[in-house]
Write a protein that binds this ligand. Structure first.
Ligand code: UDP
Length: 248
């Protein structure tokens, strides 16, 4: 078993550790904590880290079977995964299939409206600036990222990942409304990094529109744990056996 090294970084939802003797790997530890509004609202529930690790693992393993390069290597215990170390590109890449959250609010549009085709948005990852929305042109002309030459590749990957994930969730009876991705680079090029969990997606029940994701916590609707558990149950029921058996 790999030996966990020192803490490299602690974020709101995860801790990132190095791995002893393997400078190309990291261990992600998923915490039980929940935060919203840039950390101003805090909460937690026991087992949340394990649920998020399991959602992350199913999503990233599925994406691997679909040919989407990503940093997941293997799970470890209940709340951790071993991943490939990457250089994270400081962009939050958001895809929206239906209007919700900040964009609906900012533009005075109704939440839940459909969008003719998936909408891509970039947010510049800089805590002190509160991760502002940035246009593609701003990223390029203002050299906001060193890797600006790979922006076309990020865009293609983001739309592809969206198509794969829409299918992944819809086969489990869940509509993927929007989600956030982060990409990293390795010596081999661009790969999907960070995580995709109920903290970073909007996921609505296809039957009755019941919202199962972090909006339950953000908006104070209650039953946060039930929402997260339901997401994991639904995707596990559809995908776990297939992924565990390495089929698909
Ligand atoms: N998101 C995220 N981290 C952020 C901001 C957004 O994971 O720092 C996710 C969020 O959960 C949602 C999608 O990205 O699924 C779009 O978020 P939005 O811009 O609507 O912001 P919000 O109002 O949710 O903060």
């Amino acid at each position: 078993m790999l030996k966990k090294g020192p803490l490299l970084y602690e974020g709101k939802g995860k801790k990132v550790h190095s791995v002893e003797g393997h400078s190309d790997r990291i261990i992600l530890f998923f915490k039980d904590s929940l935060t919203a509004y840039e950390g101003a609202k805090k909460g937690s529930f026991t087992g949340k880290g394990a649920i998020c690790r399991n959602v992350f693992s199913l999503v990233f393993r599925y994406l691997k079977t679909q040919g989407v390069l990503n940093h997941w290597i293997e799970d470890r215990g209940a709340e951790e995964s071993v991943c490939l170390k990457t250089h994270i590109i400081p962009l939050e890449v958001v895809i929206r299939n239906r209007l919700a959250g900040s964009t609906a609010k900012r533009l005075g549009l109704e939440e839940g409206n459909s969008i003719p085709s998936p909408l891509l948005e970039y947010y510049y990852k800089k805590d002190e600036l509160h991760d502002p929305f940035v246009s593609e042109d701003q990223i390029i002309q203002l050299s906001l990222i060193k890797e600006k030459n790979i922006l076309p590749e990020i865009k293609t990957q983001a739309f592809l990942i969206n198509e794969k994930l829409k299918a992944f969730f819809s086969e489990a009876g869940i509509e993927l409304i929007d989600f956030k991705m982060e990409f990293g680079t390795t010596s081999k090029g661009l790969i999907l990094a960070d995580d995709i969990t109920p903290d970073s997606c909007r996921l609505w029940d296809m039957k009755d529109g019941w919202r199962m994701d972090k909006d339950r916590f953000r908006q104070g609707w209650g039953q946060v744990e039930k929402g997260y558990q339901t997401i994991l149950e639904k995707i596990s029921q559809r995908w776990k056996k297939e992924l565990d058996e390495g089929l698909s």
